[in-house]
Design a protein around this ligand. Structure first.
Ligand SMILES: *[C@@H]1O[C@H](CO)[C@@H](O)[C@H](O)[C@H]1NC(C)=O
Ligand SMILES: *[C@@H]1O[C@H](CO)[C@@H](O)[C@H](O)[C@H]1NC(C)=O
Length: 223
């Protein structure tokens, strides 16, 4: 035992880095009838009783992640209802009268045309008719929680008899949590490694940490 000079080193590194999922979200947009006070959006003019439908759903609110691209494929010609994506609007305006500085797209009116916007900042945006209120809804762009932490713990022995490296990465994204663990154990000079990936919870990190300490103690006692 005495001939072994132990160097026990714990390195705990927490690194937060953003994880951005960028998706292309496509809707086929039609202009269809709705029922005033029921299926029509707020503020819809009774003279129209019509609104944009996205993939057949009457003016739904949309939730996107920062980085997503929203693409509208207009399937109905709407000469008097330019399909507009904008910011700085309100309910129930939904882009009605949106100033040019608030436009995020070039409003389209012809069936067969497409318009798309990349949302790089979280916030509330809108789509609808540039000429009338109540023909659209909200686009909520959210930042998926970015705190992804990775931690590594290293135990090193001076005899090189045993080296244990435990690394884990914990993502605290609110939509999903993933824990990737990799454990590398090397005995003498050889080394083997195995890794597992799966979903898990934050406590796995402390379990791994505890496991590392226990293995280090056993190694110290029995070698
Ligand atoms: C809308 O419909 C199109 C065509 O079926 C499909 O490709 C697209 O994924 C749908 N969009 C959404 C957001 O579900
Ligand atoms: C969209 O969200 C707003 C605000 O939460 C809500 O008032 C409105 O009813 C929603 N519209 C639809 C179609 O769900």
């Amino acid at each position: 035992m005495a001939h072994l000079l132990w160097l026990l080193c714990f390195v705990l590194i927490l690194v937060a880095f953003p994880s951005v999922s960028a998706n292309l979200v496509i809707y086929t947009v039609t202009f269809v009838s709705c029922v005033e006070g029921s299926t029509c959006p707020q503020g819809n003019p009774s003279s129209y009783s019509a609104t944009f439908a996205l993939n057949g759903t009457l003016s739904p609110n949309i939730t996107l992640n920062v980085g997503d691209t929203l693409q509208f494929n207009l399937a109905t010609s709407v000469p008097s209802h330019p399909l507009t994506i904008c910011q700085n609007s309100v309910v129930p305006s939904f882009c009605q009268g949106a100033a040019s500085t608030s436009l995020l797209n070039s409003p389209i009116t012809n069936a067969g045309t497409t318009t798309s916007v990349v949302f790089s900042t979280s916030g509330t945006y809108y789509y609808g008719c540039n000429n009338h209120p109540g023909m659209g809804a909200m686009i909520n762009v959210i930042q998926t929680v970015t705190a992804a932490a990775s931690a590594s713990t290293t135990v090193v022995t001076s005899s090189a008899a045993t080296a244990i490296v435990v690394t884990s990465s914990v993502s605290t994204a609110n939509t999903a949590s993933s824990v990737a663990t990799a454990m590398v154990t090397s005995a003498s000079t050889g080394s083997t490694s195995s890794s597992t990936k799966g979903t898990g919870a934050r406590h796995q990190l402390s379990v791994l940490f505890l496991f590392t300490v226990i293995v280090a103690l056993f190694t110290f006692i029995f070698t």
